[in-house]
Design a protein around this ligand. Structure first.
Ligand SMILES: *[C@@H]1O[C@H](CO)[C@@H](O)[C@H](O)[C@H]1NC(C)=O
Ligand SMILES: *[C@@H]1O[C@H](CO)[C@@H](O)[C@H](O)[C@H]1NC(C)=O
Ligand SMILES: *[C@@H]1O[C@H](CO)[C@@H](O)[C@H](O)[C@H]1NC(C)=O
Ligand SMILES: *[C@@H]1O[C@H](CO)[C@@H](O)[C@H](O)[C@H]1NC(C)=O
Length: 430
């Protein structure tokens, strides 16, 4: 295996030179939905020799980190020496020696700097993620895999940080907004890609969705090749600097009201904005949450309005399982091209005419032959965002995160265009 041993500034220069030889491109990273945990994962290749690594997607994560405790073996692993360019570039907060293991190993090197590692499933942070570099292969520009000789990532040893990972997952793929070493920010060092990415989650555990990295087009087939990034409603990306390191990488938007079947539901508007003192409340987007979470008082109003808007001949039933809070007989629910014909839900953004519309396919789940449940969860969110938009609501929609213009775009259901996240363009260009 040939590796480049260029110092970082030269590597940057080398990448900048690409600007003259390459036009803008899009990197496609396939996304799998785990059937038992509903976690969204990607697979990358890492190390020398190269091995496949399964990673949980964390939108608000600062780096790509892996479990280094279970025999990390690589001839190209290089920990970041204290005060090196890598440490400064990654905004490392600390530096130290290996004190937790009898001898040094990847993840426990001497004179090495650390960044924060995080597991969004358990809301845990760790201050000793060892910064390092190694070979990484990630996604492909249609047909051509991308190899990165010295990708900066971090290494964790603490098994507590691996809790609740789906089977086979051994790390986290961070797509954070600010961190220079998050996946979109680091890949943007390659001038073919801009600091913009699109997430298109598949609703199926059988066929993979995709993350697009770069300015576009984001192509899928319906069966004609179409650019799904064309017809997108954008709203401002909100930085939550009040919550400190817990929220600094996260993606927030301003939801100004929620409509069910066209009617605004009564809400305490204080909960919809980020608290300027402590950074709680507001609306965050998270692929690590299977169903959108609503603050209990929002959920109660939401549920009441949804029941009221259902056809009168639909009977409410006791939720047969967690985490559902509202279930009903699906006998009298018709179906449509965008799923069960239930009341539409609009998340109204910066102005009344700007809303993200959710149809049955994104708002309910069929839990048994005759029972359907609302795919939203009510929870005590006193010290958390009031709304956490989760995976089920994003499936078969394109969400675009533009880190340069600082905005977030929503497509609504691709089913309206007879398209799907799993029918992406992954062919070799002719
Ligand atoms: C490395 O940087 C830290 C601050 O980030 C400083 O306290 C320390 O003295 C530096 N060490 C060396 C060897 O330059
Ligand atoms: C690493 O650092 C520890 C603690 O400072 C020291 O005891 C150990 O000998 C060092 N190991 C190597 C291989 O330098
Ligand atoms: C609205 O929510 C805020 C934050 O939880 C709370 O302090 C306030 O009392 C609530 N207002 C009403 C009218 O319930
Ligand atoms: C249930 O009500 C809806 C709307 O009110 C109506 O269109 C549908 O025909 C009814 N279904 C049955 C089986 O009565």
């Amino acid at each position: 295996m040939v590796t480049f041993k260029l110092p970082l500034p030269m590597l940057l220069l080398f990448l900048l030179l690409n600007i003259f030889v390459c036009s803008s491109e899009v990197l496609y990273i396939p996304v799998t939905k785990d059937a038992s945990t509903l976690e969204y994962t990607i697979e990358v290749g890492q190390r020398t020799p190269l091995i496949p690594i399964k990673l949980l997607i964390n939108l608000g994560g600062r780096s790509l980190w892996v479990d280094c405790d279970k025999g990390y073996k690589s001839s190209t692993y290089k920990p970041a020496v204290c005060n090196s360019t890598q440490c400064t570039f990654s905004k490392s907060h600390a530096c130290g020696d290996c004190i937790f293991k009898p001898q040094v190993q990847p993840g426990c090197s001497n004179n090495t700097c650390y960044i924060w590692g995080e597991n969004p499933l358990i809301n845990s942070f760790h201050d000793r993620a060892e910064l390092a570099e190694d070979v990484l292969t990630i996604g492909s520009t249609p047909g051509v895999p991308l190899t990165w000789p010295r990708f900066i990532f971090s290494c964790l040893l603490d098994q507590d940080m691996m809790r609740q990972f789906a089977n086979g997952v051994t790390g986290v793929a961070g797509f954070g907004r600010e961190s220079p070493v998050s996946i979109p920010n680091q890949l943007a060092l390659d001038s073919r890609f801009t600091k913009k990415f699109g997430i298109c989650l598949s609703s199926s555990t059988q066929s993979r969705g995709v993350i697009f990295i770069g300015s576009g087009p984001y192509s899928v087939y319906n069966p004609k090749k179409i650019d799904i990034s064309n017809d997108i409603l954008y709203t401002k990306l909100i930085a939550n600097t009040r919550g400190g390191f817990v929220t600094s990488e996260e993606y927030y938007i301003q939801v100004s009201s929620i409509r069910i079947a066209g009617q605004d539901i009564p809400l305490n508007k204080t909960l919809l904005s980020i608290n300027k003192k402590n950074g709680v409340a507001g609306t965050r987007i998270s692929t690590a949450t299977p169903f959108t979470i609503l603050h209990t008082t929002i959920y109660d109003a939401f549920k009441t309005a949804f029941i009221k808007a259902l056809p009168k001949n639909v009977t409410i039933v006791e939720p047969p399982m967690k985490p559902y809070g509202l279930c009903f007989s699906s006998k009298n629910i018709k179906s449509s091209n965008v799923g069960p014909d239930v009341p539409v839900i609009d998340f109204v953004l910066h102005k009344p005419s700007a809303f993200w519309r959710l149809y049955g396919t994104n708002s309910v789940v069929q839990v048994s032959k005759d029972v359907m449940c609302l795919a939203f969860v009510g929870q005590d969110q006193t010290w958390e965002p009031s709304i956490v938009i989760g995976g089920h609501q994003m499936e078969e929609n394109l969400l675009v995160f533009d880190l340069v213009r600082r905005n977030i775009g929503f497509s609504s259901s691709l089913k309206l265009q007879q398209a799907s996240c799993s029918k992406y363009d992954n062919t070799i260009p002719v």
